[in-house]
Design a binder for this molecule. Sequence first.
Ligand SMILES: NC(=O)c1ccc[n+]([C@@H]2O[C@H](COP(=O)([O-])OP(=O)(O)OC[C@H]3O[C@@H](n4cnc5c(N)ncnc54)[C@H](O)[C@@H]3O)[C@@H](O)[C@H]2O)c1
Length: 436
Amino acid sequence: MNITIVGTGYVGLVTGTALAEMGNSVFCVDIDEKKVEGMKNGVVPIYEPGLEEMFLRNIQANRLHFTTNLKEALEKSEVIFLALPTPPGEDGSADLSYVLKVANDIGDLLTDYKVIVNKSTVPVGTADLVRETIAAKTEVAFDVVSNPEFLREGFAVEDCMNPSRVIIGTSSDKAKGIMAKLYQPFTNIGVPIINMDERSSELTKYAANSFLAVKITFMNEIANFCEKVGADVDLVRLGMGSDDRIGHRFLFPGIGYGGSCFPKDVKALLNSGRHEGYEFQLLDATESVNKNQKVILVPEMEQYFGGSLQGKKIAVWGLAFKANTDDIREASSLDNISLLLEKGAEVVAYDNIAEANVRKIFGDKITYAKDMYAALDHADALLIATEWPEFKNPNFTLMAEKMNNKAIFDGRNMFPLELAEQHHFYYKSIGRKLVK
Ligand SMILES: NC(=O)c1ccc[n+]([C@@H]2O[C@H](COP(=O)([O-])OP(=O)(O)OC[C@H]3O[C@@H](n4cnc5c(N)ncnc54)[C@H](O)[C@@H]3O)[C@@H](O)[C@H]2O)c1
């Protein structure tokens, strides 16, 4: 099949590459000329494990193409995916201007039947809006499908190639048939295609992400309470997770959720609720608990240093919102660095993959270390903000040699408590005993 993907970010590029891998001809459209030029020259604009190899293979096979020209791509394609940003507006609602702008352009350019598939995370009713926007511009027949994306950054290639389910929201049998054919190579190993109406499909995505945000936040509250009552959250989570109604995943406490999806999707669902006169109390609480949780270790650091962080040199390991990505959108590291700077601390950060993106925000307000141990030179404390695997088993002897104080504030519970005890570190993690 010939396919256009409009928006070549984390979702669009990975989806486009996966569809090319399955033998389709894919035309990736983006307005970012520099990005398109780079991709034409074989440069992958994002960090995503396993992507580069597949990307280059499909360019070489002449199945993956890049352009800034929507018209050129549209003419060649039967199915048009929209993988455009839907960032939060000032009131938290999803900003649909990117999606509606492209819908408008498609309306101007349509010459024959196409299926317009929305992969962006959008509020209920957006498929109708897209349909109305296009129909206002053309008499040509088309269908609109809601096909929410569930890939996880860091595992995006794996998730795209092996989806847990494919949700197709459309009232058109013709479009349903085309979508089933398109997804057949991904679903023929027994992956369910769940057909539904557009509105249910659009809500499914928000419901799934909000549920996961609530699950993480619930566990963070249990962890905070563990500290109050002398329980160990690692044991509690094992005990809880063994119940298969609960499961072990998403029970790891830490310094809050971030990223480009959970915060914005919780906000957008809250906003949609308000718009309909419905108050999502659980989501309201989730958002405010998460906001506090992100910086919960800063007062702990202050207390450790006798009330002030003025002039303290804090090393920060990990800047990405989670491991295996360069994405720093709403990352907890950013909230912590801002607060540390505000309190007069000096910050030395280490994250080889996400550093370039953080430089765009903090510039030379902080310094950047070339490796994890270099960040510790004369550091007064270490804050761990991302669970990169390389932090899991560090050389504690070397760390002790480099640091002014043997103090670790671990926002991702990277080490067993015994390890910190053995090496005589002050070790504050989340929901577990303080080691001192
Ligand atoms: N990132 C994720 O993990 C993830 C997962 C599931 C769903 N989503 C949803 O998918 C959507 C896209 O997210 P993303 O993270 O890939 O975004 P992104 O910001 O990484 O990429 C969006 C791309 O769209 C391009 N763009 C903007 N306007 C354009 C236009 N008029 N024409 C062509 N290109 C245009 C931008 O230049 C950018 O390259 C969002 O709605 C998001 O909520 C994201």
